[in-house]
Design a protein around this ligand. Structure first.
Ligand code: BGP
Length: 475
């Protein structure tokens, strides 16, 4: 029962801006993060994990530790420094070299085309709220297919539309730092889905080899108590953050039960969603042709009703218990004392992953196949004697893999798991002390140190057998 199939991918995830560093090298253009982070002066992403230079070592570590898949993203502004126009040969060559290195080490690359890093020039034109951005994204993606499709088998169009729009327009910790503008967030999600769908259409029409999918962050939402108003709050957040995107990408239209809630939320927040029939045509086509859905899962949330004005405090420092997340017309996330949480207040709830997988298989039975494209535990790791005793992380991953195995045993088609992250990386809104990697990075020297979890992962990947921390300790 605890055996994984031979072809199950045991991967690890990265994203260009969080891992590469080299933000000013090789002719790279700016993303919307560069000046924002510089002006804020709190976190410096300019070197990050120096993946730009260290990737041969990182891929060699993958091979040594049984990591047989990697999520990496192509930094759009390395290829097109201004988002559009003349491509930059230096950037093009970098990704050829990186992908070749993956293949040399027998690490399957899953390549993401947009991972939170819109080029600054397009961001200034309105980012995903502008048609110009959507057109440019389609052109950039087509360029990447032409350039790299002979060596890439798995493409991901966009990473986590929900996190992008929540960060930009609701929480306000991503530029342009707008708070509580739920209508803008919903419009932007729709536009991202349209961009995604147009890219899928081109990929399929041109008959590129390989597979294409999209990645959503999908966290289950539960009522905190028996009150019908809490159930409604959980439903509201689920519909806005999960079901809207799943309908759009797996059905190609927003179903009646989805629009029912979306319209109520829009009404409370004085907004409308603009769509066209042509957009739904392309969305429907893409939904039929989607090869896989990637699921990023870290946490689930417990909710109660909330009637006040929206109010959020983002815990970006690891000060446990400091989060607030209450949205007008949706609900309020509340602490469930029975459920443990990380120092950043992310509830650790593997059952939420199983519930999500079951929900997807029931509501979208034609889903094709699933990958868990991110899952992992952010912690304040301590390097001691050249390693990190990250037992908490091993237990976290073990419990989530156990949930995945339960889903598989119920006939749900999950084909791989990518731990976030391969090595410690830059965290967008939490900087460098929230570490997730299998490999500890000393950010002063850029030296890598395999954590205990890396050794555990190697045993898991080579045996294809889920092994508990206790059993691993006794080997
Ligand atoms: C996901 C993103 C990743 C990564 C991860 C951990 O939402 O796709 O890019 O950042 O979350 O999040 P954080 O760094 O905020 O802890």
């Amino acid at each position: 029962m605890n055996q994984f199939e031979e072809d199950f991918i045991f991967g690890a995830a990265t994203a260009a801006y969080q891992a590469e560093g080299a933000v000013n090298l090789g002719g790279k253009g700016k993303t919307y993060w560069d000046d924002y982070l510089k002006n804020q002066g709190v976190f410096d992403p300019s070197v990050a994990s120096d993946f730009y230079h260290q990737y041969p070592e990182d891929l060699s570590l993958c091979q040594q530790f049984g990591v047989n898949g990697i999520r990496l993203s192509i930094a759009w502004s390395r290829i097109f420094p201004d988002g559009t126009g003349e491509p930059n040969q230096n950037g093009i060559d970098f990704y050829h070299a990186l992908i070749d290195e993956c293949l040399k080490n027998k690490v399957e690359p899953f390549v993401t085309l947009h991972h939170f890093d819109t080029p600054e020039a397009l961001y200034k034109k309105g980012d995903w709220l502008s048609n110009e951005m959507v057109d440019a994204y389609v052109d950039f993606s087509s360029f990447c297919f032409k350039e790299y499709s002979s060596k890439v088998n798995y493409w991901i169009t966009i990473n986590e539309p929900w996190s992008v729009v929540a960060g930009q327009y609701i929480i306000g910790h991503f530029p342009p730092n707008i708070n509580y503008d739920i209508p803008k967030a919903i419009q932007s999600m729709h536009n991202m889905l349209v961009g995604h769908a147009r890219v899928v259409k081109i990929f399929k029409e041109t008959n590129y080899p390989g597979e294409i999918g999209i990645v959503h962050i999908l966290e289950s939402k539960y009522p905190i108590d028996e009150l019908p108003s809490s159930a409604q709050a959980a439903k509201n957040e689920h519909l806005v953050a999960n079901q809207f995107l799943l309908d759009g990408s797996l059905i190609g239209s927003y179903q009646e039960d989805t629009m029912d809630i979306i319209n109520k939320v829009l009404e409370k927040n004085k907004g409308v969603l603009k769509t066209t029939p042509e957009e739904f045509e392309v969305l429907t086509l893409a939904a039929e042709q989607l090869d896989f859905l990637g699921i990023n899962y870290y946490a689930s949330h417990f909710l109660s009703a909330y009637d006040g004005e929206s109010l959020i405090h983002h815990n970006g420092s690891g000060e446990k218990g400091s989060s607030i997340f209450a949205l007008k017309g949706i609900g309020e996330r509340v602490n469930n004392p029975a459920i443990p949480a990380t120092d950043w207040d992310w509830p650790i709830y593997p059952q939420g992953l199983l519930d999500m997988l079951v929900y997807i298989s029931k509501r979208y039975p034609h889903y094709n196949k699933l990958y868990i494209t991110e899952n992992g535990m952010g912690d304040k790791d301590i390097l001691e004697n050249g390693t990190v005793a990250d037992d908490n992380r091993i237990e976290y991953v073990f419990l989530h893999l156990e949930a995945i195995q339960q889903a598989i045993s119920q006939g749900i088609n999950v084909k791989g798991y990518f731990i976030w992250s391969l090595m410690d990386v830059f965290s967008w809104t939490n900087g460098y002390n929230k570490r997730y990697g299998l490999f500890y990075v000393d950010f002063d020297t850029q030296k890598r140190y395999p954590k205990k979890s890396a050794h555990w992962f190697k045993t898991l990947s080579s045996s294809k057998q889920l092994i508990s921390l206790d059993s691993f300790n006794s080997i």
